[in-house]
Design a protein around this ligand. Structure first.
Ligand code: ITT
Length: 205
């Protein structure tokens, strides 16, 4: 069975293919099958956006498709930046600028709790679909620390390890991260789907 991952990012394909390696499925990108689907992320939740991406790519390719969406939710800011995580503060800001803006918004806040969330949705051409979710709880640091990772990693602090995500290596982060948790749950759900749908095996190649 072949799945198209709704992304232009080849790193995301490698990560997913590696976690699904023993399921005998093939993961390709939009580029691999010659499509480029522009999906407007108009959903109010990560789940809605992940489903929009998966459905659009499934319809464009006629193959099962996987879409994902993630972001950071800060309790004291009523869940912001949330689905706006990638574009918080406007298009002129880069990752470091978005971290600075968030620290500014948190100035004087004593409740610094926050969590990252990831949703992964798989949509099949026959109308079947399933979703997996992953979360990681932490808090917003008082200043950026560390240089690994991307996005809000330098200001996302985990009490358990006394480090920000940006102070962890990739394996350490993946073992506890929202994305790692969502991928592991997705893997289990896909294995269950395949076991329950033997007829799907020869399809969608
Ligand atoms: P796509 O093109 O695949 O949509 P993206 O960068 O928008 O890539 P996500 O939907 O996974 O990726 O994440 C949206 C934003 O949330 C991302 O740009 C970061 O600002 C933030 N984010 C998500 N996961 C993160 C992580 O593990 N560490 C730091 N920031 C993260």
């Amino acid at each position: 069975m072949r799945f198209v991952l709704a992304t232009q990012n080849p790193k995301k394909r490698e990560e997913l293919a590696s976690i699904l390696s023993d399921l005998g499925v093939e993961i390709v990108t939009e580029e691999d099958v010659g499509v480029h689907v522009e999906v407007e992320e108009t959903g109010e939740t990560f789940g809605e956006n992940a489903a929009l991406k998966a459905k659009a790519v499934m319809e464009a390719t006629g193959l099962p498709a996987i879409g994902d969406d993630s972001g950071l939710c800060v309790e004291a800011l009523n869940g912001a930046p949330g689905v706006y995580s990638a574009r918080y503060g406007g298009p002129e800001l880069d990752d470091a600028g978005r971290c600075r803006l968030l620290l500014e918004m948190m100035r004087g806040q004593t409740d610094r709790s926050a969590h990252f969330e990831t949703y992964i949705v798989c949509a099949f051409p026959n109308g079947d679909w399933f979703a997996a979710k992953g979360e990681c709880k932490g808090s917003i640091a008082f200043a950026p620390m560390g240089t690994n990772g991307f996005g809000y990693d330098p200001i996302f602090f985990r009490t358990e390890s006394q480090k920000t995500f940006a102070q962890m290596n990739a394996e350490e982060k993946a073992a506890i991260s929202h994305r790692g948790n969502a991928l592991r749950s997705f893997r289990d759900k896909l294995a269950k789907y395949i076991a329950e749908h033997p007829e799907a095996q020869g399809k969608w190649n």
